[in-house]
Ligand binder design. Structure first.
Ligand SMILES: Nc1ncnc2c1ncn2[C@@H]1O[C@H](COP(=O)(O)OP(=O)(O)OP(=O)(O)O)[C@@H](O)[C@H]1O
Length: 310
């Protein structure tokens, strides 16, 4: 669990972050969302002390981060950034092994861990471990970045726009892969994004920031259905995908597919509500029913791309 207490950072007489109080629950992914310049990155970097807070404190598992030694902090927190920051002269394996080597693991243990992690992020170790970063696509490089951050099995993962630089297809794939990884590993993840879609899709909870302060904190469907202020409603409402779902029904998005095991929603349910159900259930698809009849399967992907038939 990460707890921010009265966290603050000022540049000159301007607040980048102001009196921020927030608890990131253990084992959950919290998306830190908000418009450009609202203080997301500053907040994230105060957690791993790349930026020293001007006031307030950060508790990690109940301990003030100021009391932790830098090595402890580095071991306990994985960090993934947008432009990956892989070391160009090292191989993929060398990059993933950075922290284990810092921690003095022996070679066999490190090599085993590297292969295990490459597998986890969907890269065949045989094929990729000896490659250099320049030989990878953006998506592959980002996978290596995720593997590297997970190398020492830190309980906490901080991610700053990790999928931001990828093309939409690669981003979608990596988001899906990461969601599966997160379900398995149950890390405490803080993910900075300005992409509403990404926050709603990946976040167990969303912390929406505005001008250095917290505008709302809650599960995605709560922000959608019970915005705490006009700012929240407006910020989420600006998302074209969400706006276009208004007034449409689940039935319009039902396509052929296997409904077995999927949570069911009624055909007449408002599409935004259906999105809420998807997010709450943490699934990619729902069975759309009318009475006892199954009309088809509604997929997350279709809601996003508004592919439903009007
Ligand atoms: N080193 C710095 N010196 C002065 N001002 C800064 C510095 N770093 C950040 N700021 C200011 O603090 C505010 C918050 O910046 P921050 O990078 O945390 O925002 P953000 O929400 O992550 O934005 P973005 O999504 O554009 O990256 C901004 O107004 C920014 O201009």
């Amino acid at each position: 669990m990460i707890e921010l207490q009265g966290l603050e950072k000022r540049y000159g007489d301007r607040y980048a972050v102001r009196d921020l109080n927030l608890v990131f629950p253990e084992g959950e992914l919290t998306a830190l969302l908000g418009p450009s310049g609202c203080g997301k990155t500053t907040t994230l970097r105060m957690i791993n002390r790349l930026i020293e807070p001007g006031a307030g404190r950060v508790l990690l598992g109940g301990r003030d981060t100021r009391e932790l030694r830098p090595e402890e902090l580095r071991r306990g927190i994985g960090y993934v950034i947008q432009q990956v920051g892989l070391f160009p002269h090292l191989t993929v394996a060398g990059n993933v092994a950075t922290v284990p080597e810092l921690l003095g693991w022996d070679r066999r243990r490190t090599a085993r861990r590297v292969d295990e992690l490459l597998d986890l992020v969907g890269l065949d170790p045989e094929q990729y471990r000896a490659k250099k970063p320049a030989q990878l696509s953006g998506g592959q490089a980002q996978r290596v970045g995720v593997a590297r951050a997970l190398a020492a099995d830190p309980p906490v993962l901080l991610m700053d726009e990790p999928f931001g630089a990828l093309d939409p297809l690669a981003r979608d794939r990596l988001q899906t892969a990461f969601r599966a990884i997160q379900r398995r590993l149950k890390k405490t993840v803080v993910l900075v994004t300005h992409d509403i879609d990404e926050a709603l899709r990946l976040g167990d909870r969303v912390a929406l920031m505005n001008a250095g302060t917290l505008a709302q904190f809650g599960p995605p469907d709560e922000l959608i259905h019970r915005p705490a202020s006009p700012f929240v409603g407006q910020f989420l409402g600006e998302d074209a995908a969400l706006r276009q779902l208004a007034g449409r029904t689940a039935a319009e998005f039902a396509r052929p597919g296997d409904p077995a095991g999927l949570p069911a929603v009624e055909a007449t349910l408002d599409a935004r509500r259906a999105l809420g159900v998807l997010l709450r259930e943490g699934t990619d698809a729902l069975a759309v029913t009318r009475g006892n009849e199954v009309l088809g399967v509604l997929r997350w992907q279709d809601l996003r791309t508004r592919r439903g038939q009007p």
